[in-house]
Design a protein around this ligand. Structure first.
Ligand SMILES: [Zn+2]
Length: 476
């Protein structure tokens, strides 16, 4: 196949997915969706899975028709790294994939590929080894078709297909892996890529300059913590007009840019951050729960966070007897390059018990209340009786600290051993007292004991994923 035929084929994949996401996938009931998923999984098990040597060995004894998902082992990051070569269908070796990915992070040039056309993404492990993930051009197009199909509102969609109007401009703030996103670039969509290892202030000036020149972004895509920092800076800029930089863009400094849509990616979007973003920009805010492991959930027009069950099957490993939280075990039946079958993520998802079977948007895919963060965002503290440990989930910690939030600009929690270290940004006179009291009240309700230690606030490094709650290793 020639290059142009290949490119046309890929655009067709993108458009096909875009159309299906936008106007298709309308299931009459939850059971219809599940039946459709079962068919997709069956064909995935017969056709795609055996191409990976790891699964070929394990399934060859079972006739193709009798293969079942539940018979496969649940795998995690350690299996993925140990059997990397056998878990992909292109024969890519882990050493080669890591070499390309690390080089790209180092040079900030994300065009490097393995095996001709495969992109490598690294999972952002905060501790231990990082996972590597392979994505083919076809899979990138499916991703782009899904994100655009789900996120663009009516007027933006209309603009896309009117060639006489300016292209849709999307500003992407990312730490790495630009390749995945550049796949959507075309004459109708333009991407600005903002490298988060550079100071945010530089990017703000650039955004102000673009806006002044009439090329400001229509859509702003960034990790939640970066959206928060941009919104805060924007609000302050408005409070004391013209303080931005005094340069040529100073006249518009009070409003450096005004996105029409804001999309939060990569990190947990906390309620207070969402509120801040909405109040500063007044634009709709949508959330993409995206890991390198896959595109797992997206918010709909009605504001509900839907699991992306049109591409992934999610098993639930319950974490509590009441079935309010679970760890997702993911099977991605869209992916054929790196096989993601029964892959256990390191996240805690919280169910929404009030969600009806059919959302106001018309979808029947499952709705979750929130992504609570990684497992190590769960504090584990000794019960008063001293005989067991109690899990304190991050949403409870967030809620407690929100109570006093007018007394500090930001907060961070680290559990080290049995101590809970608290750091506050710009605390008011009573800030520390209120935050400590809020935490102690929370631990009291959970019937557990902990010593709260106050730490100095350290500005987070913009190149590193921000996590407000971390349980550092040590408690067993
Ligand atoms: Zn919905």
């Amino acid at each position: 196949m020639g290059d142009s035929a290949r490119a046309r084929g890929l655009v067709a994949v993108l458009l096909g997915r875009f159309v299906r996401v936008r106007w298709g996938y309308r299931f009459r009931s939850r059971s219809r969706l599940e039946a459709w998923q079962r068919r997709r999984i069956r064909s995935f098990l017969r056709r795609d899975l055996p191409k990976a040597p790891f699964y070929a060995e394990r399934t060859s004894a079972t006739p193709r028709r009798a293969r079942r998902l539940e018979a496969l082992p649940v795998v995690g990051k350690s299996v993925l790294l140990e059997h990397f070569d056998g878990l992909n269908t292109r024969g890519v070796r882990l050493a080669d994939a890591l070499g390309v990915a690390l080089e790209a992070e180092h040079t900030r040039d994300f065009r490097a590929l393995v095996d001709g056309d495969v992109t490598v993404g690294l999972s952002s492990g905060t501790s231990g080894r990082r996972g590597a993930f392979l994505v083919s051009p076809r899979e990138r197009m499916l991703w782009a078709g899904t994100v655009l199909g789900r996120m663009l509102d009516g007027p933006m969609l209309v603009r896309l297909v009117q060639p006489w109007r300016p292209p849709l401009r999307i500003a992407f703030f990312l730490r790495a892996g630009g390749n995945l996103y550049e796949s959507v670039a075309s004459s109708r969509v333009r991407f600005g890529f903002f490298d988060l290892t550079e100071p945010l202030e530089v990017h703000r000036r650039e955004l102000a300059r673009l806006t002044a020149a009439g090329h400001g972004p229509d859509i702003l895509v960034a990790p939640a913590s970066v959206l928060r920092a941009l919104a805060l800076a924007d609000r302050e800029g408005r409070d004391d007009r013209g303080m931005l930089d005094g340069g040529p863009g100073a006249a518009s400094a009070a409003r450096p840019f005004a996105p029409g849509l804001v999309i939060s990616v990569a990190e947990v979007l906390e309620p207070d951050t969402a509120e801040l973003i909405r109040s500063v920009w007044g634009a709709p805010l949508r959330q993409v729960y995206q890991a390198t492991e896959g595109l797992l959930a997206l918010t709909c027009e009605a504001g509900a966070l839907h699991l992306n069950e049109e591409s992934v099957h999610i098993e639930r490993e319950w974490l509590d007897a009441e079935h309010t939280r679970f760890t997702p075990v993911v099977t991605d039946f869209d992916r054929r390059t790196q096989i993601i079958a029964r892959y256990r993520l390191d996240d805690v998802l919280r169910v929404d018990p009030t969600a009806p079977e059919r959302c106001a948007c018309g979808r029947v895919s499952a709705v979750i209340a929130a992504v609570d963060g990684r497992h190590d965002a769960v504090l584990r503290l000794p019960h008063r009786d001293g005989r067991r440990l109690v899990d304190v989930f991050p949403d409870a910690v967030r809620q407690a600290l929100m109570l006093g939030s007018e007394s500090y600009a930001d907060w961070r929690i680290r559990q080290r051993g049995l101590d809970v270290h608290l750091a506050l940004d710009e605390p008011a006179a009573d800030g520390a007292e209120r935050a400590v009291a809020a935490l102690e009240g929370l631990f009291e309700r959970y019937e557990c004991r902990a010593t709260v230690v106050l730490d100095e606030w350290v500005e987070p490094d913009p190149g590193v994923k921000v996590r407000r709650i971390v349980h550092e290793e040590g408690v067993r």
